[in-house]
Design a protein around this ligand. Structure first.
Ligand SMILES: C[S@@+](CC[C@H](N)C(=O)[O-])C[C@H]1O[C@@H](n2cnc3c(N)ncnc32)[C@H](O)[C@@H]1O
Length: 280
């Protein structure tokens, strides 16, 4: 049996160093409640041991292999999230639909500091694809991720106070806001020598919405450790897999220190407009 390289208890948190395809194949079938995957995009990023500049066909074959390995460990009420840019989103959707999964939401993570360019529009988003094995029998906890509605935040409309969830709503499928930027520069969350680190609020929303305390969350591409760090703080068990031993050690240190920003994700308005008086 494969053993994790790093391990913590209460709640169980395991980090494996290795190729996620091999580690996933060694885990029990249908044992995981929620998978969040943020794979290498094949954009020639220096991830250490992993070659992130492969021929397209090889990258696609790798993509299909890790997707299938994830499906094997996901249980029947499980959710499967994939964070992926424009160039491979369509292929992932087609593959997973072909395997019988339902696309529940095609969310967009929108950020303002895209890389400047003149050849085409500046990229300011990544796709957050949310799939489930069974639409009608999945873990879905909207109450855990409510945010102020625009109607309440902008107009203070009294009608919003008479609803089932006064002044609140389930978040939109486009995610943005003050805490939702790319983790760069002197951002408090930033972990040095990591690339494409995802904000904690993003994982907080995914984990709160699609799992309960004590359930098992898995990230096949752990990177700086965002998923397991947030999962542990939210009292979920978790498994992270990372190819680079240096990154895995850094992720484990971060998991032990805990998140920087847990909490505000569910209570912030992300309205485009400031609060106004009614009737204006
Ligand atoms: C986009 S980053 C993940 C970033 C992460 N979501 C975070 O917030 O820090 C992708 C990570 O996957 C790792 N990786 C690449 N190929 C892998 C493989 N076959 N198995 C496991 N990890 C792999 C890379 O070393 C890199 O750290």
């Amino acid at each position: 049996m494969m053993k994790p390289t790093y391990r913590l208890e209460d709640p169980d948190t395991e980090v494996y160093v290795g190729d996620c395809r091999e580690v996933l194949n060694a885990l029990p079938e249908k044992s995981v409640d929620l998978i969040f995957a943020d794979p290498p995009f094949n954009w020639d990023v220096p991830y250490g041991e992993w070659d992130d500049s492969r021929p397209r066909e090889e990258y696609l074959a790798f993509t299909h292999q890790w997707l299938d390995a994830c499906l094997r460990v996901l249980n029947d009420h499980g959710s499967f999230w994939v964070n992926i840019p424009d160039d491979t989103a369509a292929e992932i959707v087609v593959h997973l639909k072909g395997r019988g999964l339902t696309l529940i939401n095609w969310c967009i993570w929108h950020f303002r500091f895209g890389q400047h360019r003149n050849s085409n529009f500046i990229v300011s988003k990544v796709h957050a694809l949310y799939f489930a094995k069974d639409r009608n029998n999945r873990i879905w906890v909207p109450e855990a991720v409510l945010e102020p509605s625009d109607r309440a935040a902008i107009y203070d409309d009294p009608r919003t106070r008479r609803t089932k969830r006064p002044g609140q709503r389930v978040p939109l499928d486009v995610w943005y806001g003050p805490l939702w930027g790319r983790i760069q520069g002197n951002n408090k969350e930033r972990r040095k020598q990591h690339h494409n680190q995802i904000p904690e609020v993003y994982l907080e929303r995914v984990i709160r919405a699609c799992s309960y305390e004590g359930q098992l969350v898995l990230d096949p591409f752990l990177g700086s450790g965002t998923t397991c760090t947030v999962a542990r703080a939210l009292r979920r068990r978790s498994i992270g897999i990372e190819y680079s031993s240096r990154s895995a050690l850094s992720a484990f240190e971060r998991i032990q220190s805990g998140p920087v920003r847990l909490g505000p994700a569910t209570s912030q308005t992300n309205s485009f407009m400031a609060h106004r008086k009614r009737g204006i």
